[in-house]
Design a protein around this ligand. Structure first.
Ligand code: HEC
Ligand code: HEC
Ligand code: HEC
Ligand code: HEC
Ligand code: HEC
Ligand code: HEC
Ligand code: HEC
Ligand code: HEC
Ligand code: HEC
Ligand code: HEC
Length: 289
């Protein structure tokens, strides 16, 4: 079929436009410099593929940017195609672009690739491990091969499973999107988190817990919430790191005033008295909000 179309193209184009830089097999002036021939030339042989690409999300976005970007698209990903257009074979064209190809148009995703930056870059996770090129409709936006929770679970099954624990960041039985807390490219933060600082990404939604308080309850470490909570899910109520809250408190508070008779049931629940676990505006001993 491609061959039939090719012949027609050769004849028509050959007669009507001989010498112009279209898909003329063997024509030596197709090369527009740097081995590039432009999308129109690719389309003379890959008509269906080109049509589908242009109609898809990526093609439409490129066209909206400029006609020139769209014209550079095929070779932006598949590499300069002059040799391939002259003598088509699988050997002289890249089927699967490397990240550098994507980065030629998306320099802002560069940080992902740097050796010292987040774990995905260090582990050579490439653009096309998560994105689709745009030859067919994308299963999820933006040009993703699946919804984030499913996509990320493909490689992070252990984390995804934590969202099934009794207490977890779920809406109904649907886990939160991983991207509500994580970024995937461009930011050099431990854990690929969207926010950093004491209360980190948690404060985006739980601003009331973040203070500032007149009597804050340290730790004020970066991502301090994680001193006591699990971010994804936990077997313990309130996604705490410990089953018994007293055990959690006693991790840091070893030398309590002696009237705290820990062997008495009354003292097993520290929050009977210290209710302001996140900080207080009234009481330095956190006994009042
Ligand atoms: C003269 C016709 C012709 C032109 C022009 C042409 N191709 Fe091809 N292309 C083919 C044929 C034929 C094949 C199949 C080769 C094979 O099966 O060995 C092919 C295969 C491919 C493949 C698949 C490679 C693989 O490993 O499966 C890609 C990708 C491709 N072309 C991209 C392009 C791009 C991009 C352009 C424009 C720069 C282009 N082609 C221009 C005829 C052409
Ligand atoms: C964003 C990057 C990107 C752009 C832009 C792009 N492609 Fe592709 N193309 C790919 C990838 C990736 C594959 C391989 C898909 C796979 O293996 O599932 C592919 C596959 C192909 C194939 C092989 C199809 C098959 O069924 O075997 C052809 C032919 C092709 N592209 C031509 C083109 C043409 C022509 C254009 C311009 C209209 C273009 N591509 C634009 C990334 C791109
Ligand atoms: C020829 C330039 C070009 C190349 C090559 C290219 N893109 Fe794009 N891409 C664009 C343009 C233009 C947009 C529209 C957004 C913009 O203007 O920045 C876009 C948008 C996107 C989007 C956002 C889609 C949305 O719905 O918002 C993703 C994701 C994307 N590209 C991924 C990729 C990946 C992955 C590759 C490599 C496989 C790639 N691109 C290669 C030009 C390109
Ligand atoms: C680990 C999976 C993953 C990898 C690898 C990845 N992306 Fe993305 N990308 C995403 C997700 C998820 C989004 C949506 C971001 C969001 O919702 O916060 C996105 C968004 C985008 C966007 C839309 C604009 C933006 O920045 O939000 C572009 C463009 C893009 N990616 C390009 C790339 C390029 C280029 C590469 C390779 C250098 C790449 N991506 C690698 C998952 C990935
Ligand atoms: C193709 C496999 C793959 C996919 C898909 C993938 N990751 Fe990863 N991710 C890895 C690998 C490999 C590492 C490094 C080893 C590890 O920590 O497990 C990593 C590490 C991480 C880390 C730890 C970062 C750090 O600095 O310690 C986070 C957070 C993360 N990924 C989030 C995501 C999110 C969110 C998605 C979905 C948008 C996603 N990943 C999709 C393979 C993947
Ligand atoms: C509610 C916010 C939130 C959501 C939603 C979330 N994460 Fe995380 N994630 C975090 C925080 C905070 C950390 C850092 C934990 C730490 O510092 O110990 C983290 C750590 C990680 C890590 C590295 C450490 C580890 O536990 O292996 C990976 C990988 C990861 N997340 C993947 C994911 C994936 C995949 C999803 C979606 C299925 C997801 N996260 C959803 C907040 C979140
Ligand atoms: C995108 C918004 C968002 C982010 C970011 C977020 N949360 Fe949540 N969180 C929620 C929602 C919504 C609920 C459910 C509230 C409800 O069911 O009443 C919740 C519930 C909780 C609960 C209570 C669970 C229970 O069993 O009552 C804790 C504890 C919690 N989050 C801690 C955190 C921590 C720690 C972080 C940072 C790693 C964080 N959250 C980040 C939205 C968020
Ligand atoms: C010192 C340990 C500790 C730290 C640090 C901590 N929490 Fe908590 N958090 C708790 C305990 C204990 C509970 C259970 C309170 C209860 O059952 O009354 C709780 C309960 C919660 C709840 C659910 C209860 C409610 O009032 O809705 C949310 C949401 C929450 N914490 C968010 C956060 C956020 C966000 C941070 C970081 C800014 C944080 N926590 C830091 C110990 C801590
Ligand atoms: C990760 C360590 C850590 C955990 C877990 C923790 N705390 Fe604290 N807490 C601190 C630090 C540090 C201070 C400040 C101590 C200081 O300034 O000497 C503090 C202060 C206090 C104070 C105020 C009195 C003072 O000395 O300033 C009370 C009361 C308190 N914590 C109770 C609790 C309770 C109840 C829990 C369990 C829900 C708990 N803490 C869990 C680290 C922790
Ligand atoms: C019956 C009430 C009660 C219970 C239960 C209780 N406390 Fe206290 N706690 C107090 C009072 C009252 C003070 C203030 C003492 C003072 O003013 O000197 C105090 C003070 C503290 C202080 C500050 C010590 C200092 O040196 O200033 C810490 C830390 C503390 N409690 C931790 C805990 C922990 C951890 C638990 C659970 C194992 C707990 N408390 C259970 C009543 C209680």
């Amino acid at each position: 079929m491609a061959r039939g179309r090719l012949c027609i193209a050769l004849v028509t184009v050959g007669i009507a436009l001989a010498g112009l830089s279209l898909g003329l097999r063997g024509a030596d002036n197709k090369d527009k410099g740097g081995g590039l021939v432009g999308a129109e030339t690719c389309a003379t042989c890959h008509e269906d593929v080109a049509k589908a690409f242009n109609a898809g999300a990526h093609g439409q976005l490129m066209a909206a940017r400029s006609k020139d970007v769209l014209n550079k698209a095929c070779e932006g990903c598949h590499g300069p195609g002059s040799a391939h257009a002259d003598n088509p074979s699988k050997a002289n064209i890249n089927r699967k672009p490397r990240p550098e190809a994507c980065l030629s148009c998306h320099p802002q995703a560069q940080a992902l690739m740097a050796a010292n930056l987040p774990a995905h870059g260090r582990n050579n996770i490439a653009c096309l491990d998560c994105h689709v090129p745009g030859h067919s409709p994308a299963p999820a936006q933006p040009l993703l091969s699946a919804e984030p929770a499913v996509l990320c679970a493909k490689c992070h099954g252990n984390v995804a499973a934590q969202f099934n624990l009794p207490y977890a960041h779920r809406k109904g039985d649907k886990p939160f999107a991983c991207t509500s807390c994580h970024t995937v490219h461009g930011e050099n933060r431990t854990g690929n988190l969207r926010e950093y600082g004491y209360s980190g990404v948690c404060a985006e939604c739980h601003i009331d817990k973040a203070g500032p308080y007149v009597f804050p309850h340290p730790p004020r470490a970066a991502n301090g919430c994680m001193q006591c909570h699990q971010p994804h899910g936990s077997a313990n109520p309130k996604m705490l790191t410990r089953t018994r809250i007293a055990d959690l408190c006693l991790e840091c508070h070893t030398g309590l005033p002696s009237f705290h008779t820990i062997n008495q049931a009354k003292y097993h629940n520290c929050q009977t008295c210290h209710i302001a676990v996140h900080g207080s505006n009234h009481d330095p001993n956190l006994k009042d909000d």
